[in-house]
Design a protein around this ligand. Structure first.
Ligand code: XMP
Length: 539
């Protein structure tokens, strides 16, 4: 069972009910950016089952028409909860439709793109509705809808218009019930954050106390309560941001009763194990065991060139090695009269969102599970429980948390690195020699990016090894040698990405250094493909 306790006791919560819009998670983001805690749940959420009372509710947009068979509708109890409600796009239609089916016209006037919104002046002094306070002039908003409100629901009045939408913003005359036709959460609505702040802070009265320093205090207290005085916690670390931050939080909460394990799979970056040991153990004081299983991994990878086989082998071997180590640590703990009852997992909020997003009337809502399968096996086999201290956080919040915990800037800003490591960047067969070539080229490329001051502008960069060889002339001799492919991307969400626009001179210098310093390389290429259609990794 996952640790399900949530931070509602400390932070006022704005609940986002997701009707399936591609923008829903941005509502959560925008509110967190103004230090208001916000959480997203599927629109099918039963209010009676909520473990907390929200300060306000936002009904998101969605791809449906309220008239469609099986269109999603919110639990009627949402409207009896007595808290302010803001409907956005589909959410607006949902409010209007429940109050009168003829209020909404289905799919008559599709509108997509920018519109100029005017908040309506409500009196002679030029006051506008609270929702639009500070936005008295004309503002740009983003529209993306099919259904359209054709008349005001009973007891509502208009608070904003565009040339196309006479009901671009509506409010109930006496109750805190609002609806907007546009999307305030997207960057194409530049002042949308003001609207969301007006709703959350001024209308709902939510406190702006969602800060990482408060989160640290409450999370440490929560972990201590959950784990108790005697139990121990086990967790895998990789040297990446998430596992390091989660490990440091555990260290702060329960000291040496947290056991971190780093498995060297032989496909890590240059000097990675030493760096992780130095950082986690020496600097952050974390109780760390490093297991060198590189031979076991590299031996097993011999002859494996199919990407999925590589991933499966590495994932399964990781589980085996980790379990063997866990048993040793457990035996040692038991010897001291303690028990390892918890497993630390660095699940982030985007994983949680992915598992709870509303996928449509016919799709079942999948529950989150760890891709590697490790926790499930340990939960079933050893009765361990999961502890997930980062499950409410977005990546940039994890970075802020890392800074709050005193973790160095370089580590907090580190690019992601895939679990299978260099094995999925050595295209084709993985041999120790080919891993070493990719590793050395990668080290040069990343060092040069750092020296050029570009590291923090790039979301992820690495060197890969092409499966073919190419001819070159080196020292007057013809060589037939390896090809290095450099990849560097700009992205915020890793779902879409663009190749980083290095200047040619920089790339030429990288090429020269890699060919001169990495024996066996005759050529360096730069991958300029975007995602989609290309992915960030090559395999
Ligand atoms: P793609 O290649 O799908 O990558 O565009 C998106 C992000 O996911 C990372 N990635 C992985 N991370 N194990 C991981 O831990 C994996 O097997 C894996 N595959 C891709 C990738 O590095 C990028 O940040």
């Amino acid at each position: 069972m996952a640790d399900q306790e949530v931070p509602h006791a400390t932070f006022d919560t704005i609940l986002i009910l997701d009707f399936g819009s591609q923008y829903t998670h941005l509502l959560t983001r925008r509110l967190r950016e103004i230090n208001v805690y916000s959480e997203m749940l599927p629109c099918t959420q039963k209010i009676a089952d909520l473990p907390f009372k929200p300060k306000g509710i936002i009904l998101s947009g969605g791809p449906y028409s309220v008239y469609e068979d099986g269109a999603p509708h919110a639990d009627p109890a949402v409207f009896d909860l007595g808290v302010p409600i803001l409907g956005i796009c589909y959410g607006l239609q949902e409010i209007a439709y429940r109050l009168g089916k003829d209020n909404v016209d289905a799919g008559t006037e599709r509108e997509y793109g920018h519109a100029d919104l005017h908040a309506k002046r409500l009196d002679d002094q030029g006051h506008v509705d609270k929702l639009f306070a500070g936005l008295e002039g004309q503002i740009k908003v983003w529209m993306s809808h099919g259904d359209k409100l054709v008349k005001l629901p009973t007891d509502f009045h208009t608070i904003a218009t565009t040339s196309n939408s006479p009901y671009a913003g509506i409010a109930h005359q006496t109750k805190p019930l609002y609806g907007v036709q546009f999307h305030p959460e997207v960057t194409h609505t530049p002042l949308g954050a003001t609207i969301l702040k007006n709703f959350a802070v001024d209308i709902c009265g939510a406190q702006q106390n969602w800060t990482m320093s408060r989160f640290v205090d409450q999370e440490i207290a929560r972990i201590r309560k959950l784990v108790g005085e005697n139990d121990h916690v086990l967790g895998a670390v990789s040297g990446g941001v998430d596992s390091t931050v989660a490990a440091k939080l555990m260290k702060e909460a329960i000291g040496d009763r947290f056991h971190a394990v780093l498995v060297n799979n032989g496909c890590m970056r240059l000097n990675e194990c030493d760096i992780v040991e130095e950082t986690l153990n020496k600097h952050l004081g974390i109780n760390l065991t490093v297991v060198d299983a590189s031979k076991r991994f590299l031996d097993g990878l011999k002859g494996v060139s199919e990407p999925e086989k590589k991933r499966k082998f590495i994932g399964n071997t990781f589980i085996d090695v980790f379990e063997e180590e866990a048993q040793k640590i457990e035996a040692e703990a038991e010897h001291q009269g303690a028990k390892i009852k918890w497993f630390l997992q660095g699940t982030l909020y985007p994983d949680v969102i992915e598992s709870i997003s509303f996928k449509g009337p016919s799709a079942t809502i999948k529950t989150h599970h760890n891709v590697g399968g490790l926790p499930q096996r340990m939960i079933d086999g050893q009765g361990m429980r999961l502890i997930e201290p980062l499950r409410e956080l977005f990546k940039d919040e994890v970075r802020a948390l890392g800074r709050q915990l005193g973790i160095a800037h370089e580590l907090v800003m580190r690019h992601p690195f895939p679990g299978p490591g260099i094995a999925i960047r050595v295209l084709g067969e993985v041999t120790p020699e080919r891993v070493e070539i990719a590793r050395r080229a990668d080290h040069i490329f990343i060092s040069m990016i750092r020296e050029a001051g570009l590291y923090d502008q790039i979301a992820q960069a690495y060197a890969a090894l092409d499966p073919s060889k190419a001819v070159g002339v080196m020292g007057d001799k013809r060589v037939y040698a390896e090809i290095i492919i450099l990849r560097a991307v700009e992205t915020t969400d890793f779902m879409t990405a663009r190749a980083f626009p290095f200047d040619n001179e920089f790339l030429s210098r990288c090429s020269t250094r890699i060919i001169n310093e990495v024996h066996g390389v005759s050529r360096v290429l730069y991958d300029i493909s975007s995602k989609p259609p290309a992915t960030i990794e090559m395999e």
